[in-house]
Design a protein around this ligand. Structure first.
Ligand code: ATP
Length: 290
């Protein structure tokens, strides 16, 4: 096999809590992460030497600043494989949007390269490499529903919270994750998630309780600067969402719906006003497509 194509899924956060700021600048977090059926297409082709990237959108870097490039470099560094690779990325996932678009591409490249080269790396080694590339990459290796603790890299697999209708709305601006964390005031986080209650609701697949109790403390920074985020959340609720939150450090907002029909109605409404709107479903761990 000389080439492989993977569909790499986005994620949303059903909750984000920040527990403390660490001396090294990182934050201790507690968040429930959920993969959703919105995919970039990543094709990896063996080449004689070097790492090259092409991407369907011009504003994603194509060289060594692309996290997919870093993933390929990390793979070749640890296993003695000689050779090169071309990575082609077709972007569907909005960029710098809180949906882990880069991280999921990087996880896809690690998995894809490992498959192309006859699986030289085990699960643990893949996880070790992922954590070094970025906080969300290790989650993206397996996807599904997971609890992330520590600096986001201590992962616990949860029962799949799959097949739930979600509408994603990406407002027409981007937010830098570093800026959000820099401006976070730990004494003024607003509503904090009740993580234990959410974990129970996730394992019961209780969509109403999950949707009604989602919280994201990073909204305390982004909503102040971008009130449009709050307006979208309110409008999703008006359009029948059981709950609505910002994903990650934003600015994408999502709503959870109890039926495909009500999600489709909200989708139609938002589609008239925003360019990047998606009606998707949450997906389980087995649904990472290759
Ligand atoms: P997270 O939710 O993990 O914080 P995000 O969804 O907010 O991530 P990304 O889409 O991963 O953000 O993009 C963050 C930055 O990384 C962008 O400025 C982008 O230019 C850069 N980047 C590097 N590689 C990629 C890639 N493969 N896909 C998207 N962005 C990339």
């Amino acid at each position: 096999m000389d080439a492989i194509t993977l569909l790499t899924p986005a994620k949303i956060n059903l909750s984000i809590d920040v527990l403390k700021r660490l001396d090294n600048g990182y934050h201790q977090v507690e968040m429930i992460m959920q993969a959703v059926g919105l995919y970039d297409t990543v094709t990896i082709e063996k080449r004689d030497k070097g790492i090259s990237i092409s991407c369907s959108v011009p504003y994603v870097p194509c060289g060594s600043r692309n996290i997919a490039w870093k993933a390929a470099q990390a793979f070749f560094d640890v296993c003695s494989e000689k050779g090169g690779i071309h990575i082609d990325i077709k972007k569907n996932i909005p960029v710098a949007a809180g949906l882990a678009g880069g991280s999921t591409n990087a996880a896809g490249v690690l998995k894809g390269l490992n498959l192309l080269y006859g699986s030289p790396l085990g699960k643990e080694e893949l996880h070790r490499l992922s954590s070094k590339l970025g906080a969300d990459v290790a989650f993206c290796l397996d996807g599904g529903t997971q609890l992330a603790r520590g600096i986001g890299d201590e992962l616990t697999v949860l029962p799949d919270f799959a097949d739930v209708n979600v509408v994603l709305v990406k407002p027409p601006f981007s937010v830098s994750t570093a800026w959000v964390y820099k401006n976070l005031n730990l004494n003024d986080l607003g509503n904090r998630p009740r993580t234990e209650l959410l974990l129970k609701a996730v394992s019961d697949h209780d969509v109403h309780t999950v949707a009604g109790n989602m919280e994201n403390v990073l909204e305390s920074v982004t909503v102040r600067k971008y009130p449009e985020i709050k307006r979208i959340m309110d409008l999703l609720l008006e359009y029948g969402a059981l709950g609505s939150r910002m994903s990650g450090s934003g600015p994408t907002v999502f709503g959870i719906f109890d039926s495909s029909d009500s999600a489709a109605r909200a989708f139609e409404h938002f589609k008239k006003r925003y360019e990047q709107v998606f009606h998707v479903k949450t997906i389980g761990r087995g649904e990472y497509k290759a």
